[in-house]
Design a binder for this molecule. Sequence first.
Ligand code: ADP
Ligand code: MG
Length: 236
Amino acid sequence: MAAKYIVRARNVVKTYHTGGEAVRALNGMSFDVAAGELTVILGQSGSGKTTLLNAMGGMDTITSGDLYVGGVNLRKLNTPALTEYRRRNVGFVFQFYNLMPNLTALENVELATELSKHAYDPEKVLKSVGLGARMKHFPGQLSGGEQQRVSIARAIAKNPKILLCDEPTGALDYETGKVVLGILQEMCRKHKKTVIIVTHNAAIKDIADQVIYIKNGKCIRREHNPAPKSVKEIEW
Ligand code: ADP
Ligand code: MG
């Protein structure tokens, strides 16, 4: 496998069985993501974005096909191996932050770094996302944008190979959403992280190196953008 690609999906299928009915959330998806790229996966609600992200993050298994991340075929990993994979390789950013409410910002980040051998210093990472003065606050004492910055700090502090972001601006107002996107873009440009953002917001695609359009669980088009815009230049 060419080392250039950190993610390779080949005919990935995910079928959910609920109430006797089968739903093909991923219906033969194939694409590549180069290491260090910022990729935006764009699709309407129900197109399979969260399912795909959870599969890449080892939070869920796939039904058939091959999904390589960092050279490892996730379909071949059992549950303990997937847990280990998730701990070591992936940082997650969720739409609704998913912070532990009874832990401070700093403790939330520390919790994520405890199991990681190559973690960054939690305080430094929180400072780098502009939260140096908010480290002792609990999530309930922070704004949505601040909570999302804590969750980005939590994802980054593990020093993962890949940052997976599920509608990271979905719950934020316009200006705050742009701040958060700016941090994610900087993670990619300055810190050379592979960043994958799934969203239904087409305006976000202009900041990406690659845009993957998905519909009904299929990748319908891929575009490579030779001149991605900075977050300041986009509007929605
Ligand atoms: P998106 O994130 O793009 O909105 P999802 O990946 O959440 O899409 O969902 C894709 C499809 O799979 C939808 O039809 C959804 O109803 C279905 N789906 C998602 N999760 C489950 C689940 N746990 N059980 C059954 N069906 C599911
Ligand atoms: Mg979703």
